[in-house]
Each structure stands twice: as structure tokens, then as C-alpha cells.
Design a protein around this ligand. Structure first.
Ligand code: BES
Ligand code: MN
Ligand code: ZN
Length: 505
């Protein structure tokens, strides 16, 4: 049965549900009228327990208690939402609701009432609905018997202080569908690499195109070679699962305001090829198509939001395997762009696939070109598992990216394109070497990609860290996170609504 999300202005404390969620901002709990009322109903037990547990409203804190018949709800969870000023922000609301719904599933609760922070409206209401869908997500497709969850959250009521109207219901419907778009990306990443092959990525794109009325072009290996995508084809030539190039496009009905092009790295499995990776953690390289998954999720969201900008989603899908036909270190290959490239290490495959995809994308003359790639381990060393690096030469694009990430709730940190490192990419036998020396690996990868974007306004995102989570936390379950679909959605919206901080200003 599908999950039903409703909005209401009735008193959340009066709801007869399995689980009632109460947000608590980081401040003296006595300032909060709702918590004070609850505490009274529970004869002061709430504050006493909060004090005992040193609950102070920090994000991630949870205080859970049975209501023992004093409230119609069977259980109560108070969740920390951070500083009072930030508690009603999009990411805080999304995180609160997602944590609540995930806890509900963990407790086999099927009906949930979520009191929302006071005074939230607009995009925060949409975020609350996103939170429901993201919190309810579980990847259970391959579980059998007792390992399958026996129950699912079925109803979630979001309690606002103002009576919801048509606008709020629209926002909830949109948030729900954006949440599903993020979950599509999560599913694609969680799928094992034997299932999520390059052809399977193309099949997901076909489904997104059909359901969202988008245009779709798919090239198989022969088509790619005929088009001149030699680098991309070379990366896939050691695998029985042949590569695919995918191009989805959305055109607005009204006159378009801009053309945005998103490119995703789609390595359905990265064994490293002949420069094979050590076995420890190799399985994680099933997530090496997370950039592609983000592009798929974004395009699904775009088809729902119908922005007044043209949006293209491009994916370079391949599997990097060692084999008699595999490409080698030392190979010199032409790119779609015309430049020749000397291959140094077959495990630096992503930048080769992206080089061709970016050259293709740039020919579309975009007003904004964004790529997302699980490109380097060096990036994870630099920023960890919760932040992605982004690179751009443009300060105004950086500002748009920072704002989009802030609302989307994704960690993004700008890193520098250090010019003097460019000389590491000089080759004796070809126009370019595809790899620099050991240091600044994420930066030299970005500099290599830059060779293929010409003068397109470009943002490169190295998302190797945050696409898989080691543990459930906030918005995310353990496993695929759907990063950075929400940020890309906000980026598209920022280019659609030039009023709030026009791009180029
Ligand atoms: N897909 C990997 C990067 C990666 C590493 C993503 C860890 C997620 C987690 C990429 O293709 C790769 O193998 N990069 C190498 C480059 C090296 C050979 C220069 C790396 O980072 O070790
Ligand atoms: Mn690799
Ligand atoms: Zn890779």
C-alpha cells in the first residue's frame, strides 16, 4: 500500500497514531509552548527525562517515550532540530521529518503524526514532504523471508500551525515527487553491479523519459564509436557489459530562460581495469555510477517541476574491467574533442568517460554545464564522507552552487583550480596525459576535465564521498544517499527564478 501524506492544522497532540514526533530546537525547552503543554500532560516526565538524557535539541538527538495512555498517540519521539533560528529551514525540516519516519519504520509503527516547527511555510513545507519520502526509503528488493520488513509506514500527517490551503497541498505533492526522484537515484546506486549494468542505466533513463515525457537518445558501443567517443568506448572495452551513452532532454513549453546541461559519471562497476584495485572495499565501486544516478533523479524531478529552462541530462555509462580486450596504461587515444590522450592508469577511467561526455555537452552551448562524478579517492581524503568538492572558475556560479547546496542540504565545498598543477598533464607522446602525480589528485582530475569544456560556464562536482553512507543518519539510511539530487534541483530552480539572486550577479 502506498504511503499517504496529508497536511493538517489540527493539534498534533490529539492524534491517535503509533508515533507522534515533536521537534525541539536547541534552547531552553521551557520556551516552547508545545513542549510545555506536552510536559504537563505527562506530569512533568518529559522535562525530567530530557534533563536526565542531557537532551538539548542538538540535531540527531532523540528522546523516545511511551505515552502510557496520557496521549492518544502510543509513542512519542522528541527530535533535536538544532538552533532555534535554523529549525524551520528547509534542510532542518527535511532532516527532522526523515529521521522521524525512519524511526517509525524501525519501530514497526505504521501511522505517524509529525508536528512541524512553528511558522514554517513555502519551500519548508515541500521539504517536509521530501523528508517523509526520504525517511521511508528502504532497499529491500533482494531480501527474502524474515529479512523482509513486515510493516511499512502507511500514513504521515504533517501538522502546520496555519490551516493548509491549495498551495500547501501542491507543495506536499511536489515534495513527495522530488523525494521519489531522490529515491530513484538511491535505488540505482544500491542495485548490485550485476544488475545495474550500462544497459540497465539506459533502461532506467528510458523509464524516466517515458514517465516524464522527456526526449531520449541512447548510443550503444557502435554508435559511440561512430560518434567519436573513443575514450568512453575504451574504458568499457574490457567488459562483456557494453557501454552506453545516454542523453535525456527536457524542453519547457514556454520560451526558455536558459539551457542547463548536467553530466554524470556512470561507471556501473570500477574494478580499476588492468590496474586492478585491491579487494578490500572493491564492492563499493558499484556506487561509481552515482553521478549518473543523480542525473537520472534530477531529470525525473525536472519532469515534475516543469521549470522554464531547458535541462539536459547526459550519462557516460561503462563498466571498467580487466580482460584481454581491456585498454592499457600507455594507450594513446583520440577524444571526441580531437585532443589525444595518453592513458597512464586504467583506474583513472572516470575522467576519460567524462572527457567525451563533456565535449558532447559543450557542443549544446549550455548557459550552465555541471558534471557530477565519483571521481577521486583523493577527494574523500580531503573532505571526508559528508562533503563533496566542487570546482568552478566563476565566483557567481560558486555563489549559486553554495546557495543551492545550502537549501538542498548537501555538503559542498569549493576547491581551487590551481594553475601550476596543469603542467603535470603534459605528455611526451600525446596532447595530454590523463593523470598527474600523487598529490592534489582531485584538483588535477578537475584540471584534466577542464580541457574538454571550452568556455562553457562550468561546475565540476567530485562526489566520491557522500554518495554512500556508512550508517543511517539524518536524511539518509545506510547505503546510497541520493546525493546530490536535491542540490541540483535547487540549482535548476535558481536558474528558473532569476529574481532571487540572478545567475551572473
Ligand atoms: N571511482 C574511483 C574514485 C573513488 C574512490 C570513488 C573511492 C569513491 C570512493 C576512481 O575511478 C578511481 O579509481 N580513482 C583513483 C585514481 C588513481 C588511479 C589516480 C583513486 O582515486 O584512487
Ligand atoms: Mn577508477
Ligand atoms: Zn571510478
Amino acid at each position: 500500500m502506498p504511503l499517504k501524506i496529508t497536511v493538517s492544522s489540527s493539534d498534533a497532540l490529539a492524534e491517535s497514531v503509533d508515533l507522534l514526533g515533536i521537534p525541539a530546537a536547541r534552547r531552553d525547552l521551557s520556551d516552547d509552548a508545545r513542549i510545555a503543554a506536552l510536559d504537563q500532560r505527562l506530569d512533568g516526565a518529559l522535562r525530567a527525562l530530557a534533563e536526565q538524557a542531557k537532551f538539548d535539541g542538538s540535531p540527531g538527538q532523540a528522546l523516545e517515550l511511551p505515552t502510557l495512555g496520557r496521549l492518544p498517540a502510543r509513542r512519542l519521539i522528541m527530535l533535536g532540530t538544532g538552533t532555534a533560528s535554523a529549525a524551520g529551514s528547509e534542510p532542518a525540516v527535511r532532516r527532522y521529518v526523515a529521521s522521524l519516519v525512519r524511526l517509525a519504520n524501525d519501530r514497526a509503527a505504521t501511522s505517524v503524526a509529525a508536528a512541524l516547527p512553528e511558522g514554517i511555510a513555502g519551500d519548508a513545507v515541500r521539504s517536509a514532504a521530501e523528508g517523509v519520502v526520504l525517511g521511508a526509503y528502504r532497499f529491500t528488493k533482494y531480501l527474502t523471508g524474515e529479512r523482509r520488513p513486515q510493516t511499512d509506514v502507511r500514513t504521515v500527517t504533517l501538522h502546520l500551525d496555519e490551516r493548509p490551503g491549495a498551495r500547501e497541498r501542491t507543495l506536499v505533492a511536489l515534495g513527495t515527487r522530488i523525494g521519489h526522484a531522490v529515491n530513484l537515484a538511491r535505488d540505482a546506486v544500491n542495485e548490485p553491479p550485476n544488475a545495474m549494468t550500462p544497459a540497465a542505466i539506459a533502461a532506467v533513463a528510458r523509464k524516466v523519459a517515458r514517465e516524464g515525457k522527456l526526449k531520449l537518445k541512447v548510443l550503444d558501443r557502435r554508435g559511440m564509436l561512430a560518434a567519436g567517443m573513443t575514450l568512453h568506448a575504451a574504458v568499457g572495452q574490457g567488459s562483456a557489459n557494453e557501454p552506453r551513452f545516454v542523453h535525456l532532454s527536457y524542453t519547457p513549453k514556454t520560451r526558455k530562460q536558459a539551457r542547463l546541461v548536467f553530466v554524470g559519471k556512470g561507471l556501473t562497476f570500477d574494478s580499476g581495469g588492468l590496474c586492478i584495485k585491491p579487494p578490500t572495499g572493491m564492492w563499493e565501486m558499484k556506487s561509481d555510477m552515482a553521478g549518473a544516478a543523480a542525473v537520472l533523479g534530477l531529470m525525473m524531478a525536472v519532469s515534475v517541476l516543469s521549470p522554464r529552462v531547458e535541462v539536459h541530462g547526459i550519462i557516460g555509462a561503462a563498466e571498467n574491467m580487466p580482460d584481454g580486450a581491456a585498454y592499457r596504461p600507455g594507450d594513446v587515444l583520440p577524444s571526441l574533442d580531437g585532443k589525444t590522450v595518453e592513458v597512464i592508469n586504467t583506474d583513472a577511467e572516470g575522467r576519460l568517460v567524462l572527457a567525451d561526455a563533456l565535449a558532447y555537452a559543450r557542443a549544446l552551448k549550455p548557459d550552465l554545464l555541471v558534471d557530477a562524478a565519483t571521481l577521486t579517492g583523493a577527494c574523500v581524503v580531503a573532505l571526508g564522507k559528508t562533503y563533496s568538492a566542487y570546482y568552478t572558475a566563476s565566483d557567481s556560479l560558486a555563489r549559486q552552487m553554495d546557495l543551492a547546496a545550502q537549501h538542498g542540504g548537501d555538503g559542498f565545498w569549493r576547491m581551487p583550480l590551481i594553475e601550476e598543477l596543469r603542467e603535470q598533464l603534459k605528455s611526451d607522446v600525446a596532447d595530454l596525459k590523463h593523470l598527474g602525480d600523487r598529490w592534489a589528485g582531485s584538483i588535477t582530475a578537475a584540471l584534466f576535465l577542464r580541457e574538454f569544456v571550452g568556455d562553457a560556464p562550468w561546475i565540476h562536482c567530485d562526489i566520491a564521498g557522500p554518495v554512500l553512507a556508512d550508517q543511517a543518519r539524518g536524511l539518509n539510511p545506510k547505503g546510497a544517499t541520493g546525493h546530490p539530487v536535491l542540490t541540483f534541483v535547487r540549482l535548476v530552480e535558481r536558474f528558473t527564478k532569476p529574481s532571487d539572486g540572478a545567475p551572473g550577479t
